[in-house]
Design a protein around this ligand. Structure first.
Ligand SMILES: C[S@@+](CC[C@H](N)C(=O)[O-])C[C@H]1O[C@@H](n2cnc3c(N)ncnc32)[C@H](O)[C@@H]1O
Length: 236
């Protein structure tokens, strides 16, 4: 999805679908007294759909493992800095007022990887700054689910998808999401199947990891029922 199929991202998950949740994230940052108009580093910014809204409020540096996804983001966010990087190992040598990690956190599939991502956020966060972590699921509340959607472009292209997430082994730290995409180019439609292995961790493990790395954390619940971790890096 994030390499050969990246060019389809605007028909799969475009910015207008993110407006509501980004409004929640911005309010959470405001309530946590994040420096408005300051700098924000996004880890795993993908096609830049969140960023499209966040950039009205912060100066953004967008990072992602996939150059193809960053290229998509460049088309809608040409005014933002884009850098290829893995959230487990990224080291920019700079600090930001806000560090934000959203659904790309799902690709942390082991406790070690999750801790690495949290450490990356801590290292890049200014003292007194805020890190906002928005994983899709917690181990305790995960339920199998399916979804579908997609839309048409203006160039004869169209996409429809079926998404199915389930947990084949409740004893490990992962769940699985399968996608089937129907991709239309003019008269031609072809089908692609994509399998994603995603991480699933207990709420208490998240809080313990954030505390071990040095954050002071509050949990909010958004309108999707997701736990949103608002983590402050202490001044000293
Ligand atoms: C669902 S997409 C993110 C979409 C994004 N929320 C947006 O607003 O467009 C997930 C992204 O996570 C990225 N990703 C996966 N593992 C990563 C890692 N270790 N470091 C950085 N990005 C990663 C993928 O390349 C992909 O672009």
């Amino acid at each position: 999805m994030y390499a050969e199929l990246a060019k389809w991202w605007p028909l799969l998950s475009p910015p207008d679908e993110y407006a509501g949740e980004v409004a929640f994230f911005l309010q959470a940052l405001h309530d946590a007294k994040a420096a408005e108009g300051g700098t924000l580093l996004e880890l795993g910014s993908g096609g830049g759909s969140n960023a499209f809204h966040l950039k009205q409020h912060y100066y953004l540096t967008l990072t992602d493992l996939s150059p193809e996804m960053l290229a998509v983001s460049q088309t809608i966010n040409p005014d933002c800095e884009h850098i290829v990087g893995d959230m487990r190992t990224l080291r920019l040598g700079r600090q930001f007022d806000v560090v934000f990690a959203h659904d790309a956190l799902d690709y942390m599939t082991t406790e070690i990887e999750l801790r690495q991502a949290v450490e990356t956020a801590f290292i890049h966060c200014k003292a007194g700054g805020i890190a906002l972590f928005v994983p899709d699921h917690m181990r305790e509340t995960f339920e199998a689910e399916s979804d579908h959607g997609g839309r048409d472009g203006e160039d004869g292209r169209g996409l429809r998808y079926l998404e199915w997430a389930f947990d084949p082994d409740e004893s490990d730290s992962t769940y699985t999401t399968h996608y089937v995409f129907m991709l239309r180019e003019g008269q031609n439609v072809h089908v692609e199947h994509d399998q994603h292995i995603c991480g699933l961790f207990a709420h208490a493990f998240w809080l313990q990891t954030l505390a071990d790395v040095g954050f002071q954390t509050k949990t909010l619940v958004d309108s999707y029922g997701r736990d949103v971790f608002v983590a402050v890096k202490p001044l000293s």
